[in-house]
Design a protein around this ligand. Structure first.
Ligand SMILES: Cc1cc2nc3c(=O)[nH]c(=O)nc-3n(C[C@H](O)[C@H](O)[C@H](O)COP(=O)(O)OP(=O)(O)OC[C@H]3O[C@@H](n4cnc5c(N)ncnc54)[C@H](O)[C@@H]3O)c2cc1C
Length: 466
């Protein structure tokens, strides 16, 4: 096979303008929000399920790997074409196909941005709940593939709890549906299996999502602490008191200072940490919930609790939280976003130990994270141009993941495994576990063309995989 013959076959399907293979174009698709790079052999813009099917069939016939790509915002190297091949650019499949309010569902194409779906539903009084902080630039296809979370997932669950069905193109080009519009489909729960499969089972070309009525009212609080331990203790105390706020987010001092420098949200620069706590529900009940949480925060050492007085104040708090990763990016040329979880009761201990890892490797590690879920995001700051620093960062990142596991948690909360955490999988899975998972991959993608070389390290006893 020549590259030219392959590219020509692709052009016959999608048109010449929708296939890129010049050096400069390929360079633009060799990275995502993780730290590794690898250039694809071609980039193909697709516009429909049928087009995806035909393009994937050509890849299958030529034995070429393919990698679906949405917004490219993933933090684990999921869209890096590790084994070369085609990047399937999904971003033009971005239409809202149907909103079915009486049945509480919507049908969307995977290239639609998460926030755009929210914006389309809001005037109807409805919402789609998973809300990754990257929602302006992350697509629903990417959210499905990473089983993404977000601030509101503490109360409402992550993407898998809000996807009812999918249209999927398998790696030989066959089009299948998993799940569907009815709530309880017969057969295996393949929707649950596909969500979180990081592009390694095939290409999702349509998503049926669950939508819900917007809450009648919302109140957002900022609890301010002089001690990071007291702040993180409050998280467990709130839950232990039987309360489940819609969000329970935490930012430490370095992050607060970065956010203030770039966004001026009115956060206090001298505190150790803040919690952003939001309650939602019936208007009558909100005042009581807010007061109970305020009392708990103060009893656990908060120096002050501010309640947003109006939508503008609330929006400012969220702008700070959602803009935190971007703000921190102004501190150093690069950073590694760690993503691990611990039981929320272990938050004070893990934060202390993360700081010790920073000291050990001489690295600054600010924290901004989904505290209610015990889902940490230590951001390890460094300069990617310095190979020695990068090595230290990788070691520190791995040590933090090991810490999470030791404390009863795991190596990923929401950002996926991708290329980044393949080795860390052995911290949580046995060889038998890895082999059984790879059998699922083989069932979906026997020719190993869908985003190959991701998620699982090769099993030590490869011969056992059949
Ligand atoms: C500033 C910032 C904040 C973030 N905050 C959060 C957060 O709060 N919560 C969270 O969970 N994540 C967060 N992320 C990570 C990231 O945004 C999510 O993983 C997101 O879901 C990725 O969506 P995407 O469209 O960018 O996907 P991409 O990065 O393009 O792809 C991600 C993976 O999905 C696969 N994929 C993409 N589209 C398809 C498809 N149609 N079919 C099959 N596979 C597909 C890709 O092959 C890849 O493996 C954040 C990232 C950044 C940069």
């Amino acid at each position: 096979m020549t590259h030219q013959a392959f590219v020509q076959s692709l052009r016959q399907i999608v048109g010449a303008a929708n296939v890129l293979d010049s050096d400069v174009h390929l360079q633009l698709y060799q990275y995502d929000a993780y730290l590794e790079e690898r250039r694809p052999d071609a980039v193909v813009f697709v516009h429909s399920t049928e087009e995806v099917s035909r393009v994937v069939k050509v890849c299958h016939d030529f034995g070429v790997p393919f990698v679906p790509r949405g917004g490219g915002t993933n933090l684990s190297g999921g869209t890096i074409p590790f084994k070369g091949g085609v990047v399937l650019e999904m971003i033009r499949m971005n239409r809202l196909l149907e909103v079915d309010v009486p049945n509480l569902r919507a049908r969307v194409q995977p290239g639609m941005f998460n926030l755009e779906l929210g914006n389309a539903l809001a005037p109807l009084g409805y919402q789609y709940l998973p809300d990754p902080a990257s929602q302006k630039a992350a697509t629903l296809g990417g959210n499905v593939a990473e089983n993404s979370g977000g601030p509101h997932c503490f109360k409402y669950g992550v993407t898998t709890n809000h996807v009812m069905g999918l249209t999927v193109v398998l790696s030989d080009g066959e089009i299948v549906t998993v799940g569907g519009e009815a709530p309880d489909q017969p057969g295996y729960d393949l929707t649950g299996v596909f969500v979180g499969s990081e592009g390694t089972f095939g290409v999702c070309t349509e998503v049926v999502v669950r939508i819900v009525r917007q809450a009648e009212g919302v109140k957002t609080m900022l609890a301010i602490y002089d001690s990071i331990e007291r702040g993180s203790e409050t998280v467990s105390a709130i839950v232990a008191a039987g309360m489940v706020p819609a969000t329970l987010e935490m930012m430490d001092q370095l992050v607060i200072q970065a956010v203030e420098k770039s966004l001026s949200c009115g956060l206090p620069l001298d505190c150790a940490t803040v919690l952003i706590i939001e309650v939602d529900g019936l208007k009558d009940d909100l005042e009581a919930q807010t007061e109970a949480i305020e009392r708990l925060c103060l009893a656990h050492g908060a120096r002050e609790v501010r309640v947003a007085k109006n939508d503008a104040e609330r929006a400012l708090l969220w702008a700070g939280r959602r803009g935190a990763f971007g703000a921190v990016a102004r501190l150093t040329p690069s950073y590694l976003v760690c993503d691990g979880t611990v039981p929320r009761t272990a938050l004070p201990e893990v934060l202390r130990k993360v700081a010790e890892v920073g000291e050990k490797y001489d690295l600054q590690i600010p924290n901004v994270f989904h505290a209610g879920d015990g889902n940490l995001h230590p951001l390890i700051l460094f300069d990617w141009r310095d190979a020695e620093q990068k090595e230290r960062v990788m070691k520190a990142g791995m040590e933090i993941l090991a810490l999470c596991v030791q404390l009863g948690g795991t190596i990923s909360g929401e950002h996926g495994v991708g290329l980044e955490k393949m080795d860390a999988m052995r911290l949580v899975l046995s060889e038998a576990d890895i082999r059984s998972q790879l059998k699922v991959k083989q069932a979906f993608d026997p020719s190993d063309l869908a985003n190959p070389g991701k998620i699982f390290p090769a099993p030590l006893e490869v011969a056992h995989v059949q």
